[in-house]
Design a binder for this molecule. Structure first.
Ligand code: SF4
Length: 121
């Protein structure tokens, strides 16, 4: 049996959670103060998820790069492939906040969107 210690990042309480696992399956979760902590711990142990934030190149914009973010979390294991796609992107100004920059990033079904507007020079 494997025991994993996590700190829940779902809210500022930061509960210390203990997860007991065997053969990739969660046997028990303890230390959480609410159900959201258990859900977080199970997800983190089975398939950790993260929001990707980065920048892409932008032409004719008031800055040289545009901040971007995934619409929701993507599997941590897809992060490297997603970043490889991000590095290939160049957009043209103007861009509005929430414009889709890249659809279905790394085959996750999640879109990469602009996290701010950028005017044309
Ligand atoms: S277990 Fe619940 S109370 Fe504790 S940090 Fe997570 S969300 Fe907050």
């Amino acid at each position: 049996m494997e025991t994993r210690e996590l700190i829940c990042v779902t809210c500022p309480m930061g509960c210390r959670i203990t997860v007991e696992m065997e053969e990739g399956k969660v046997l028990s979760v303890s230390g959480n103060s609410c159900p959201r902590g258990e859900a977080y711990a199970r997800q983190e142990c089975i398939q950790p998820m993260r929001i990707l934030t980065s920048t892409v190149r932008i032409e004719n914009g008031i800055h040289r790069v545009l901040p971007v973010i995934t619409e929701k979390e993507i599997p941590l294991e897809k992060m490297e492939a997603a970043m490889a796609e991000v590095r290939e992107v160049t957009v043209n100004a103007p861009v509005e906040v929430n414009d889709v920059i890249l659809e279905d990033i790394a085959g996750t079904g999640v879109n990469l969107i602009a996290s701010r507007s950028m005017q044309k020079i």
